[in-house]
Design a binder for this molecule. Structure first.
Ligand code: HEM
Length: 453
């Protein structure tokens, strides 16, 4: 692919994305969510705002999340400007009958019955991360944790879902991807472009980033299968391409689906694990309890599917992490037609922002929402939750197909890594958030790795 070809794709890079439009509201450096939280408190659950010639409607109440995502889902369609180079025409960007045709053949890969088959590959990827951590513990160097967990998440997906060893350098590739998904990048590039300034991140560099990213799916397809397993997601995608009944699922669709999994399925999982390691580093009693639970559940062997079910506290830590730091902090839709929510008029073309982070931190739904309390997720307490007040994986027909699987990946990783290591957070306290398309740590999360006796 030439740079000229990619330029047509990167042309969208500086356009006004919804995240760019929201960026003036995310400016408070100590807590970028403060303004949105205050708006919700002051102006109610449905707030239409006119921003740069575009109506944006901020929604913060669970019952209206349900309205948009479930009850009237057909009126609120996906909206993915500025991210086409990342996702191509993959399922996550589609709607209606086409979306259904693309999602259906892949759905069985995410059925809970499939997880038992994946767990040995998750364990394998975790073992290889532990080898790396052994070296890091010896050298004593500081590491950025999202980079660490992102490599792990990508290795897990490649091994378990694609039957491949990771045939690319994730550190390089994912760094490139972030240039597209960082809100502030969109903003500063746009502002520089408007001022006629092409310094900094320019078209050639964005083209280089896209080129690196686009090279990944063909590398995955071309890599040697590890074991020629029959029941993998990659095999399902290949079967869909070969199926004459679904002509829309062509080779480009297959490539774009792989792109989608390698981004949507890895960064979110990686952020969750990195934030969980940060939280347990700040709460050593939780780390100890995770270690004890792991020792009790599977003292001398790698965990299997039954062990995963028994790691209840560890899983609760992952759930609580996604409440405090939801990787997807808001869901975005466009109104296909007029509607009314909470007495407020919704016009065709309005951009709808469902502020999941706001619900996760609302004292109406959570006692002491800023406190890290994994116990909320254990026993009866979890059953009393208000529906749709917790939405790390979205809701309705477009909810995340990989959510349950990501909890298996992260529960096993947290359990196994903590049994052998003590990751010590060495960055500024508390860590600050940076709302890009995903909720990232500002400046990264730096750790030193210590090996336990
Ligand atoms: C902690 C981990 C994860 C989080 C927080 C997460 C979150 C989400 C959310 C919120 C959505 C819905 C977006 C919307 O409604 O606009 C979504 C969709 C999606 N996720 Fe995940 N996800 C995670 C892991 C994964 C994994 C492991 C995979 C697959 C390997 C995956 C694949 C997808 C796909 C394909 C979609 C699009 C579904 C569709 O449009 O029908 N995700 N994810």
């Amino acid at each position: 692919m030439s740079i000229a070809q990619t330029e047509t794709q990167t042309g969208q890079f500086g356009e006004e994305s919804i995240w760019f439009k929201l960026s003036p509201l995310l400016k408070d450096p100590t807590n970028p969510m403060r303004i949105l939280m205050q708006m919700a408190e002051r102006y109610g659950p449905v707030i239409p705002v006119s921003m740069a010639s575009q109506r944006v409607v901020l929604i913060t109440e669970p019952e209206y999340f349900k309205h948009v995502l479930v009850k009237k889902a057909d009126n609120y369609i996906k909206y993915f400007d500025g991210l086409k180079p990342i996702f191509g025409k993959s399922m996550i960007t589609n709607d209606g009958a086409l979306w259904q045709k693309i999602r259906m053949p892949q759905q069985p890969a995410f059925h809970p019955d499939a997880f038992a088959d994946y767990i040995p590959y998750f364990n394998m990827a975790i073992a290889s991360k532990m080898k790396r951590w052994e070296e890091l513990a010896k050298s004593g160097e500081e590491v950025e944790m999202v980079e660490q967990t992102w490599t792990l998440a990508a290795d897990m997906i490649c091994k378990a879902l694609f039957d491949r060893d990771m045939p690319f350098n994730p550190h390089v590739v994912f760094k490139y991807v972030k240039t597209y998904t960082d809100v502030m990048n969109h903003k500063s590039i746009r502002e520089r472009k408007q001022a006629g300034d092409n310094t900094g991140m320019n078209e050639a560099e964005t083209a280089k980033a896209v080129e690196a990213w686009w090279a990944v799916p063909p590398a995955v397809i071309a890599a040697d299968p590890r074991e020629e397993r029959e029941k993998t997601l990659l095999k399902m995608i290949e079967a869909a391409v070969a199926d004459p009944e679904v002509p829309e699922f062509d080779e480009q669709q297959a490539i774009d689906e792989i792109k989608q999994y390698l981004w949507a399925g890895t960064e979110t999982t990686a952020l969750t694990l990195a934030w969980a390691l940060y939280l347990v580093s700040m709460h050593p009693e939780a780390a100890d309890r995770i270690r004890r639970e792991g020792e009790e559940v599977c003292p001398n062997r790698d965990p299997n599917a039954a062990d995963y079910s028994a790691l209840m506290y560890t899983r609760a830590v992952i759930q609580e992490t996604m409440r405090i730091y939801p990787p997807v902090w808001s869901l975005i839709r466009t109104a296909a037609g007029p509607d009314e929510i909470d007495g407020k008029e919704i016009k065709e073309g309005d951009r709808i922002v469902l502020f999941g982070y706001g619900a996760h931190h609302n004292p109406k739904f959570w006692t002491d929402p800023e406190e890290f309390r994994p116990e909320r997720w254990m026993g009866d307490a979890a059953k009393k939750r208000v529906k749709y007040s917790y939405m790390p994986f979205g809701a309705g027909k477009r909810s995340c197909p990989g959510g349950a699987m990501s909890q298996v990946e992260n529960t096993l990783a947290l359990s196994l890594l903590l049994r052998r290591f003590r990751p010590e957070y060495v960055g500024p306290k508390p860590a600050e958030i940076n709302p890009t398309v995903t909720l990232t740590p500002r400046g990264g999360l730096y750790f030193k790795i210590h090996e336990l006796d």
